[in-house]
Design a protein around this ligand. Structure first.
Ligand code: FES
Length: 315
């Protein structure tokens, strides 16, 4: 409330905009870990409150010397500079200037501080966060000539996923040649990693070790063993069970088995990246695969449960 005769500028009252801005930033950071919708809501809150805060700061009245101080009497008999001379030089714009000097100094100090802060922190923040959002494509794995895969039969293929990493990247996949659909070759390439906790699933039927074939490829030897997973695929760890297309049929897994992309290059089958699958309708070449970005074991990829799982690191 203005007092009589108090016609000078006043200190701005307390504002809720910074609080809303801080809540938005917290929501944004939590959302980056928890889920994209939460991050988007946080970004919107931060943007709206940040805008309101900035508008208030730039259009609101500025702090100024209280009138009582400006009118303070001389002390100890010593002549003092009239209050409106020293302060006015800082708070009032000179003729021809748009802003008073104190405002310029305040802005320059804040701007310089922000610039230095950004130069120091942004590279470190980018180095920490960006790799998590960049797709890191693994090298393809050559499984040898397509003719090695008899149509309609499953094979357990064992290979090194990344030949630079060697034996530690060794893994298996169940590969079935489905013939062709609309003139395009079709293969079912299922990962053997259980999507409950990652144990290796096994063929629910005989595996013909005696017919094992080792194929030489530029990435090293690939073992191919025919299998007959009549009962689908079974995980020995906690009893997870999948049908022949990798659909979950029993146990704790929350979705179908992951699959590999594939391509045919010069008559050879090449495995690409892995992707997650919620379920598969149909079978073989005509199967409809509900495909999602690769997710971790135990992670839902569809439905409301998927909203509550954190973002996964790149695989
Ligand atoms: S790891 Fe396969 S059922 Fe638990």
């Amino acid at each position: 409330m203005e007092r009589p005769g108090d016609d000078g500028p006043q200190l701005p009252g307390p504002s809720l905009w910074p609080v809303g801005f801080a809540v938005g930033i917290v929501c944004l950071l939590v959302g980056l870990i928890v889920s994209w919708p939460v991050a988007a809501i946080g970004a919107v809150i931060a943007a709206v409150f940040g805008f309101l805060w900035a508008r208030e700061v730039t259009t609101g009245r500025q702090p100024a010397v209280a009138p009582d101080e400006a009118a303070a009497p001389e002390t100890d008999g010593a002549p003092s500079m009239p209050a409106d001379q020293g302060e006015d030089a800082m708070t009032s714009p000179e003729p021809g200037e748009r802003f008073p000097r104190n405002k310029f100094l305040e802005g320059a100090t804040l701007g310089l501080g922000a610039l230095i802060g950004a130069i120091v922190t942004l590279p470190a923040v980018a180095a920490a966060l960006v790799p998590g959002f960049v797709k890191q494509k693994p090298p393809g794995v050559d499984l040898g000539p397509v003719d090695n895969f008899e149509e309609g039969k499953y094979y357990v293929a064992t290979f090194e996923r990344n030949f630079k990493e060697g034996y530690i990247s060794r893994m298996s996949a169940f590969i079935r040649n489905n013939g062709s659909e609309d003139g395009k070759p079709s293969f079912t390439c299922i990962s053997n990693r259980c999507v409950h906790l990652g144990c290796p699933v096994q063929s629910g039927g005989p595996v013909f070790d005696g017919q094992k074939k080792t194929v030489k490829t530029p990435h090293g030897p690939i073992d191919l063993i025919p299998a007959l997973p009549a009962a689908g695929f079974i995980c020995p760890c906690h009893g997870g069970s999948y049908d022949q297309e990798g659909n979950r049929i029993a146990g704790p897994p929350v979705r179908a088995l992951n699959r590999f992309e594939f391509s045919i290059v010069d008559g050879r089958l090449v495995l690409g990246g892995m992707f997650a699958v919620s379920k598969v309708d149909g079978s073989g070449a005509s199967a409809k695969i509900h495909k999602y970005e690769l997710a971790g074991p135990g992670q839902h990829v569809d439905g409301p449960e998927a909203w509550f799982y954190p973002l996964q690191p790149p695989h």
